[in-house]
Write a protein that binds this ligand. Structure first.
Ligand code: SF4
Ligand code: ZN
Length: 735
């Protein structure tokens, strides 16, 4: 450890802690110890403090012991003659810097509630997003789970020019990394430079402008710490595990851009605790011997065009960059980018014109691999701001190809097209919707390139199951209508096939262990009537995925002897779960939330909970941020039950699962449902009404309370009574 770095980091920690103490004192005088504090919409309090120390900071007064602890941890300023080594004290200084910064930021939320947007996107007059709430954490965390985002770069300061900022940001995006930005250098900030250059920043494009000051860098560390608790199921306070988890699984590093101040050093020292190294563009002293970080801790004086490559190398990150020959940048980082208003060159679908996408199987001799046809108008033939109907017909052939794989391939179209910079895609099947931006067209993007993307990427990712692929794009009304008609009849057949399957008549279920990289004991077992809780995998998908990748995360699970038919428990499944959870879980029930339900991980779409007072259950979807009658918001529920365990009384499930026939059947089924958010009711209304008819209560949807009726059991009870809700006359739910 370099003495210069140690002295600077320790000096920085002194300043930041002093600042936190002063802010806290004046806040205490103004509001008093009982004033609530915290970051918005999170179950993780101030996450670094909560994760590392296990302390829940909910009121101003709670901060006092933390500040005292920081004082105790604070090493004395480094004197001329000081015994080596410096590493321990410097790391402590870095750690307490982060505690102090969380306190500073929490007090900022109290003093200036509108300082941060508290949203995913920047707004017209504010680009500072502040701490990620739990909804953002879950949504983005899933990308860490499935590997579409291996980690993040924490950039502090500003690049020498906005052009350099843009090229560094794009390089990081193309390596699929998130870019977390804070602080200023020479009166400039990296995120402002991007905005000036016309780059779309915000969570959806992975360019996250946390805040203008260095203290906002702590939001990056808070994100990493929560990822360990939320997806790794690590207990708050188990700091060793949290730090190791991050070192092993989150590929993050710090890129200070500009003169490294004492405060920056202190933050960099903090990040080293998590195993995140620092790669600087200035000639600061290096810390090369490896130890805490996987490789070097601090590497300096790297030219800007080598910065990203060096960081990736130092952090030990292996990146595979897709080689897709289109004229715009391409990668998952561009998936969330939007195309709006004046930027739209062409729009298809979205209720204004017909748009459909369809994958179908053909004979080998009917397909010329790589052939792409555009029938009708191309982008060059139309004016900016136009609308066209569009059909994307993808034809594949191969000896391994089966009809069952068609929906799997079809489902890829959405994200594969979205990965192109300047192209926005929403929906699927015959409700697809696409917007192509003027910027993309200026760079030379054509409709044809959609075919180029699908050909390149589907070959790359699914080459095992087909040999040839060709793509036809139609933009004439009559052609599009013909494809819509054909595709619709196929969709009908597909839906009927999975809808027509039952658990009883299926001997083999499929596992999914994709989430184990974040929730190690979590095992989804997916049956025809119980889709994966994240909403992304049903039985058919898992079966196809196993055939495509026999050593992948979806393995066949012979269900074996029935242990309990009502609750949905099988010996074969139990055996599998025991092994796959590494002896953590030895059994669970498919159809119950009251008794030993399935394990729940952080990416479930909904969480159902028992409401004993109503003799029923409720469920809440991730997108609903309000209170619920079980006394917990979605974020709190997810924090409580989402760590990969089986928690009686609660279970994660997909939206689709609500209307599947086996949904909590062991507890009485859908008839138990007494409350769900209005938005969820509306979203699943068609299927819910169909299922309601099946169970003989056609107006069931009107009996389910929502937040407009109440968010406590007492408040919804009169409504349930008035409607004659069936749960009230069922046998006691806790029998
Ligand atoms: Fe994770 Fe289960 Fe979804 Fe697989 S099915 S991705 S394990 S939630
Ligand atoms: Zn998960």
């Amino acid at each position: 450890m370099s003495k210069i770095i140690a002295s600077a980091a320790i000096r920085g920690a002194h300043k930041i802690l002093g600042n936190a103490e002063a802010k806290w004192k004046s806040a205490m005088e103004k509001w008093g110890a009982n004033e609530p504090v915290g970051f918005p919409n999170t179950a993780y309090y101030l996450p670094v403090i909560y994760g590392i120390l296990g302390m829940k900071i909910a009121k101003l007064g709670d901060m006092e012991p933390v500040l005292k602890k920081c004082r105790v941890m604070l090493p004395p300023l480094v004197k001329e003659v000081h015994p080596l080594p410096y590493l321990g004290p410097t790391l402590d200084a870095g750690m307490l810097t982060l505690f102090a910064e969380e306190i500073i930021e929490a007090i900022r939320y109290l003093e200036t509630p509108d300082f941060y947007t508290k949203t995913e996107d920047v707004t017209a007059d504010n680009i500072w997003l502040g701490a990620a709430d739990d909804i953002i954490l879950r949504k983005r965390g899933v990308e860490f789970v499935d590997g579409t985002a291996p980690g993040f770069a924490a950039i502090v300061g500003a690049a020498p020019t906005k052009e350099i900022a843009v090229s560094i940001a794009q390089e990081l995006q193309q390596k699929n990394l998130y870019v977390f930005m804070a602080s200023e250098y020479n009166g400039k900030r990296f995120s402002e430079q991007l905005v000036e250059a016309g780059v779309q920043i915000g969570w959806p494009t992975r360019l996250v402008s946390f805040g203008p000051d260095i203290s906002a860098a702590v939001f990056a560390m808070g994100f990493a710490t929560r990822a360990a608790m939320s997806f790794g199921g690590i207990e708050p306070g188990d700091f060793r595990k949290i730090l190791i988890y991050n070192k092993d699984r989150v590929f993050a590093f710090v890129l200070p851009m500009g003169f490294v101040s004492d405060e920056w050093y202190a933050n960099a020292a903090g990040a080293i605790n998590w195993g995140f190294p620092t790669i600087a563009d200035t000639p600061i002293p290096e810390i090369l011997p490896t130890g805490i970080c996987t490789y070097e801790h601090v590497v300096s004086n790297i030219p800007h065009d080598k910065l990203v490559a060096k960081a990736v190398e130092v952090r030990g990150l292996k990146v595979t960059v897709a080689n897709v020959p289109v004229p715009v940048a391409y990668g998952p980082a561009f998936e969330g980018e939007r195309v709006r208003g004046d930027d739209i060159y062409l729009e298809c679908g979205g209720g204004k014109t017909h748009m459909v996408e369809w994958v179908t199987t053909k004979q080998m001799n009917e397909i010329e691999d790589g052939k792409i046809e555009v029938v009708g108008q191309e982008l060059a033939d139309i004016k900016p701001g136009s609308r066209l109907p569009l059909a994307i017909a993808v034809e594949v052939a191969g000896r391994q190809m089966q009809e069952d794989y068609e929906p799997i391939l079809e489902r890829q179209i959405h994200h594969l097209i979205n990965y192109a910079q300047g192209v926005m895609h929403i929906g699927q099947r015959d409700i697809a919707w696409i917007r192509i931006s003027k910027q993309a067209v200026e760079k030379g993007f054509k409709l044809r390139d959609i075919g180029v993307i699908l050909h390149a990427k589907l070959h790359q990712d699914f080459g095992r199951i087909f040999d040839k692929i060709q793509v036809k794009l139609y933009t004439k009304e009559e052609d599009v209508n013909k494809v819509v008609e054909k595709a619709r009849s196929v969709y009908g057949v597909r839906d009927a096939r999975i809808e027509g399957m039952t658990d009883e008549t299926t001997d083999t279920y499929y596992s999914c262990t994709l989430c184990q990289s974040f929730a190690p004991s979590h095992v989804c077992v997916i049956s025809p009537e119980r889709t994966g809780l994240c909403g992304s995998y049903n039985w058919m998908d898992c079966k196809a995925s196993f055939e495509i990748n026999p050593t992948g995360p979806n393995q066949p699970v012979p269900k074996g002897e029935t242990v309990d038919a009502k609750l949905g428990q099988w010996k074969g499944v139990n055996d599998f779960v025991y092994k796959a959870s590494r002896q953590k879980i030895d059994h669970y029930n498919f159809y119950s939330l009251v008794y030993d339900p399935m394990t729940t991980c952080g990416c479930c779409e909904c969480i159902a909970a028992i409401l004993p007072g109503c003799n029923g259950i409720m469920t809440v979807n991730r997108d609903y941020a309000g209170e619920t009658p079980c006394g917990m918001k979605f974020t709190t529920l997810a924090g409580t039950v989402g760590g990969g365990l089986s928690t009686s009384g609660f279970v994660g499930h997909s939206k689709y699962n609500v209307c599947q026939r086996k949904f909590v059947l062991g507890d009485g089924g859908l008839k138990r449902m007494v409350w769900m958010p209005k938005m969820l009711k509306e979203e699943i209304a068609d299927r819910l009404n169909a299922r309601a008819k099946e169970i003989g209560i056609p107006n069931f949807i009107d009996m389910i309370a929502d937040e407009t009726i109440g968010v406590t059991e007492e408040d919804i009870m009169p409504f349930l009574q008035e409607k004659g809700h069936p749960a009230l006359s069922m046998e006691p739910i806790l029998g």
